[in-house]
Design a protein around this ligand. Structure first.
Ligand SMILES: Nc1ncnc2c1ncn2[C@@H]1O[C@H](COP(=O)(O)OP(=O)(O)OP(=O)(O)O)[C@@H](O)[C@H]1O
Ligand SMILES: [Mg+2]
Length: 365
C-alpha cells in the first residue's frame, strides 16, 4: 500500500494536517510494517518514503535501549486500558546520526475494524538536549572560574615573590649550573602564571562585551593576516573562497580570539599528520552558511581529526591530547564560554584521520 493509498479514501484535510505537521509521524499496520511516514519524519530520519514503506520501524532503532525497555513500551501500548506509551527514545537516522526524541505511540482501530495499527509521533529533542548540555557546561565553567579566581589570588602573590627572588639570585650567582637552575624555576613559574591567567579568562565577566554588527569575513581575513607567516612556514593552504560577507551580532575582539584558537588547533592537528606523512598538504578552510536567523562560520582542517571518544570531552576544561606542558586544554573551554555569552553556539564534526570542522553559530545582524 502506498502512503497516498493509505489515506486514499480518508479525509483530505486529515491527510494535509498530518503531512504538514512539524513533528515526525509514522503509521504502521498491526504487524508493525510502516504504511505511512510524513515529510517531517523523512527529514529527521533521512529515509525517503519509498524506501521505508513496508519496513519495520526497527530500522531507526539505535541499539541504545534494552529489551526490557521495549517490552514495557509494548505492554503499555497493548494494554486495553491504556493503548498508549510516551517516553524519550534515542533513534538513529539513515546516516547514523543519533536523534533523541519524545515519542508517543497510540494504538488505533477503524470503527469497522477494517484497519488497525499504531501511530507514532516523534518530537525531535536534539536542539533542547544540546541547549541543556551547553547550560550544564557553562555552569561547570562558572564553578571552575570561581575556584580559579580564589586560587589566583592565593597563589599569585607567593609566586610573584618566588619569581622575584629567583631573578635576583640569578644576577648574583656566577656559577652557570645554578644560573640555569634558577632560569628553570622562572620558566616554570611563568607556566603556572599562564595557566592561572587562562583559568581567569573563564571567570571574567561578560560586562566588557561589545555586541555590534560585524562581518565574519573581516575578522577571518584579519586573523589570517596575523598568521600568514605561520601558515607559510607550515606549508598550509588557506581557502576562503566560500567565505561570504554575512553580518552577525558579535564582539569583534572576542571573535578574533575565538578564530585564533581554532586556527592554532587546526595548525597543530595538521602538523600531527605531517609528522608521519611529511608530504601531507595541509588545508585550512573558512566558509559561511546562513541558517534561518543564525550565520554559521565553519573552520575546517584536514588534520588528524578527533576520535569519537574524544569528541565527547572536547569542550571540557583541561582536556588535551598534547604532551604535558604543551597545552592547557583550556582553549576550547574558553572559546565555548565566549561564544555562549554572545548568544551563539559551537559544535564540531570530525572524523579520525580525515580532519575536523568547528561550526560557530551566531545571531544574524
Ligand atoms: N582542529 C582540531 N583537530 C584535531 N583535534 C583537535 C582540534 N581542535 C582541538 N582538538 C583536540 O581538542 C583538544 C583540546 O583543545 P583545546 O584547544 O581546548 O586545548 P589544547 O589545544 O590541547 O591546549 P591549548 O589550547 O591550551 O594549547 C586538543 O588537545 C586536541 O586533542
Ligand atoms: Mg588549543
Amino acid at each position: 500500500m502506498s502512503q497516498k493509498d493509505f489515506f486514499g479514501h480518508k479525509s483530505t484535510i486529515f491527510y494535509q494536517v498530518v503531512k504538514d505537521l512539524n513533528e515526525a509521524v509514522m503509521i504502521t499496520d498491526k504487524n508493525s510494517k510502516l504504511v505511512y511516514v510524513n515529510p517531517a519524519w523523512e527529514k529527521i530520519y533521512e529515509y525517503s518514503i519509498d524506501e521505508i514503506l513496508g519496513k519495520s520501524p526497527k530500522v531507526i532503532s539505535s541499539g541504545f535501549h534494552d529489551e526490557k525497555f521495549y517490552s514495557e513500551m509494548w505492554n503499555s501500548i497493548l494494554d486495553p486500558n491504556k493503548r498508549y506509551w510516551q517516553g524519550e527514545v534515542i533513534n538513529k537516522s539513515k546516516t547514523g546520526k543519533l536523534i533523541p526524541v519524545l515519542l508517543s505511540i497510540s494504538y488505533f482501530c477503524e470503527p469497522n475494524e477494517e484497519f488497525e495499527g499504531f501511530i507514532g509521533i516523534a518530537l525531535n529533542l536534539t536542539e533542547s538536549k544540546q541547549l541543556q548540555a551547553q547550560v550544564l557546561h557553562q555552569d561547570r565553567l562558572a564553578s571552575i572560574g570561581m575556584f580559579a579566581s580564589g586560587l589566583a589570588h592565593e597563589i599569585g602573590t607567593p609566586l610573584g615573590v618566588i619569581r622575584g627572588r629567583a631573578e635576583l639570585l640569578s644576577i648574583y650567582v656566577q656559577d652557570e649550573t645554578t644560573k640555569n637552575t634558577l632560569q628553570i624555576i622562572i620558566t616554570q613559574i611563568d607556566r603556572i602564571s599562564k595557566l592561572i591567567e587562562s583559568l581567569l579568562k573563564i571567570t571574567r565577566s561578560s560586562s566588557d562585551l561589545n555586541l555590534k554588527s560585524i562581518s565574519y569575513k573581516d575578522v577571518v581575513l584579519e586573523v589570517c593576516s596575523f598568521i600568514e607567516r605561520d601558515l607559510k612556514k607550515n606549508d598550509i593552504t588557506l581557502d576562503v573562497k566560500d567565505l561570504l560577507d554575512e553580518k552577525v551580532m558579535a564582539d569583534y575582539n572576542r571573535c578574533e580570539q575565538i578564530i585564533l584558537n581554532f586556527v592554532t588547533n587546526a595548525i597543530y592537528a595538521i602538523n600531527v599528520v605531517k609528522k608521519s606523512n611529511p608530504k601531507h598538504q595541509g588545508v585550512l578552510k573558512f566558509s559561511t552558511k546562513v541558517n534561518l536567523n543564525q550565520v554559521e562560520l565553519i573552520v575546517s582542517d584536514n588534520g588528524c581529526g578527533i576520535s569519537k571518544e574524544n569528541l565527547k570531552k572536547l569542550f571540557q576544561p583541561f582536556f588535551t591530547t598534547k604532551e604535558v606542558g604543551e597545552g592547557t586544554g583550556l582553549g576550547l573551554a574558553i572559546v565555548s564560554k565566549l561564544i555562549y555569552e554572545m548568544h551563539g553556539s559551537v559544535r564540531v564534526e570530525s572524523e579520525e584521520n580525515m580532519g575536523s570542522s568547528f561550526i560557530i553559530s551566531l545571531p544574524k545582524a
